[in-house]
Design a protein around this ligand. Structure first.
Ligand code: GLC
Length: 522
């Protein structure tokens, strides 16, 4: 079957507060994004995902929505959104927006009503349990630490918050909530958005009896900081009923043409990810194994094998190295090695695996986490470093803003910036452009099957991407030493280091931290 646009697409995640400031207030905004769409287009990006743009109290920087159908005034207004959409579409770039259905802000009018009294018509829109202040309804913990329940003295009841106290969870067992969220979905699709990235989609529905979560006995590599002795979220996430809710969202999305739903999916085990990727559920779901993986061939190999094995024919993978919730991979990789060289290898892997790659803004120039002095911290759980302003040039504030002060401190823009890399054929930016171009002009890299080459050294990852007409090999050396790979001769299409010749001898010798893409004779 011919691939859909979202299977061919290279996605680019934009954190709107940090991409470009068009009005000099130190905060990035929608017009700033629009002004840089030529840059996005020149990279070869097919679709952008915007982190939340709705009005919010900014307790969780947009993930505490107080109006699902508006734009946060810091970022612009609906007209600015329409301009962004029109300009993106003119360049054939699709626009995905963030949908945060699991919870609202405690300042959302729905919650203000809901907490007003036990008999308010919106009371049951959130998860309330009457009780006394001494004893929470169960042992669930918030993903941001501490108990997941907050006591409301006025109505003598607890409400559930999977994240901050200011982010009460909606009750998706109430059909009115489901209907309201369908309305939200229609709102942005009607305006022309191409789909949604859905926040913590597996969390949307909880055990009907709110049973205690059991203690974890084994570590879980799929969920950060879930160690033995901590709770296993058996009853608070990834419940069977969540699939009905997703199917409902999909029906709404499918009533428009060519739209997609991408889930931020933390199933309890990675094997369960494929359960969310069905013809009547999500088209795509994030796979966080790479985000959590050390720079080791074995870690990536395990993530890929698990995906290839558990997905089957119906589900299409996605790959992500960085996002707004975790330290950037180049910073992670720099802790015990050559971050720049390693990030190049990772870029080749990201853009040549079977599946849709997501690039986090700045990743293409090798932007690192910014240092955030104590007085400049914004995020309650310490994720500011990876959200610093985009580094456009070595001008003031890295060309991000003309303001005296930016909302978050800028990073190392004097050395790492777009302007400097634009004309340097060896830059990280040039590598990304070449990779994306190569991907688009090489059918096997998009449509081809995936097969690991099983005679490579353990600390390298080598794989085939094949169509009947084209045989591509990708060889990645994750070590700081040369490695020999018993491959037949071929022609090198791309390497992350300079090579004297394009034709390889057999075996292929890879330089330390070298990645190559080669084509074998058909
Ligand atoms: C998701 C978002 C994260 C947010 C959380 C709560 O994990 O990516 O930024 O804090 O959900 O909405």
């Amino acid at each position: 079957m011919a691939l859909q646009w979202w299977q061919r697409a290279v996605f680019y995640q934009i954190y709107p507060r940090s991409f470009a400031d068009s009005n000099g207030d130190g905060i990035g905004d929608l017009d700033g994004v629009t002004a840089h769409l030529d840059y996005v287009e020149s990279l070869g990006i097919d679709a952008i995902w915007l982190n939340p743009i709705n009005p919010s109290q900014l307790d969780d920087w947009g993930y505490d929505v107080s109006d699902y159908c508006g734009i946060h005034p810091d970022l612009g207004d609906l007209a600015a959104f329409d301009r962004l959409l029109a300009e993106a579409h003119r360049r054939e770039i699709r626009v995905i927006v963030d949908l945060v259905p699991n919870h609202t802000s405690n300042q959302h009018p729905w919650f203000i009503e809901s907490r007003a009294s036990r008999t308010n018509p919106k009371r049951d829109w959130y998860i309330w349990v009457p009780g006394s202040p001494e004893r929470a309804p169960n042992n669930w913990v918030s993903n941001f630490g501490g108990p997941a329940w907050q006591y409301d003295a006025d109505t003598q009841a607890w409400y559930l918050h999977t994240f901050l106290v200011q982010q009460p969870d909606l009750n998706f067992r109430n059909p009115e909530v489901v209907e309201a969220m369908h309305g939200v979905i229609r709102f942005w699709l009607e305006r022309g958005a191409d789909g949604y990235r859905i926040d913590v989609v597996a969390n949307m529905i909880k055990d009907a009896q709110l049973r205690d979560n059991p203690l974890r006995t084994e570590p879980n590599p799929d969920i950060p900081s879930r160690r033995p002795g901590e709770l296993n979220p058996l009853y608070s996430t990834d419940q069977p009923e969540v699939h009905d809710i997703i199917r409902g969202f999909r029906r709404v999305s499918d009533s428009y043409e060519n739209r997609i739903l991408v889930g931020e999916t933390w199933p309890r085990e990675q094997e369960r990810l494929a359960d969310y990727l069905r013809p009547d559920e999500l088209q795509l779901a994030f796979n966080f194994r790479f985000l959590l993986a050390r720079y080791e061939a074995s870690r990536f190999r395990a993530a890929i094998e698990l995906t290839e094995k558990s997905f089957g024919a119906g589900a299409w993978p996605t790959w992500t190295l960085s996002n707004h919730d975790f330290s950037r991979h180049i910073s992670r990789y720099s802790r015990d090695g050559d971050g720049d060289a390693r990030a190049r290898v990772a870029a080749v892997m990201l853009l040549t695996l079977r599946g849709s790659p997501f690039i986090y803004y700045g990743e293409e120039i090798g932007m690192r986490d910014a240092a955030i002095p104590a007085g400049s911290k914004r995020d309650p759980v310490g994720r500011d470093g990876c959200r610093s302003p985009m580094q456009w040039s070595d001008a003031r504030n890295g060309g991000f803003s003309t303001s005296d002060k930016t909302w978050l401190p800028c990073g190392d823009f004097k050395t790492v910036n777009v302007a400097r890399q634009l004309n340097d054929p060896h830059s990280m930016l040039a590598l990304h452009r070449r990779l994306i171009q190569l991907r688009k002009s090489t059918p096997a890299l998009v449509e081809g099957s995936y097969r690991e080459f099983d005679r490579a050294p353990e600390d390298c990852l080598v794989f085939h991407r094949d169509t009947p007409a084209q045989h591509i090999v990708v060889a990645l050396n994750f070590t700081a030493e040369p490695r020999e790979i018993a491959l037949p001769e071929g022609k090198i299409l791309l390497s992350t280091v300079s090579r004297s010749a394009n034709l390889t001898k057999s075996p292929l010798t890879l330089a330390p931290n070298e990645a190559v893409i080669m084509i074998l004779d058909a």
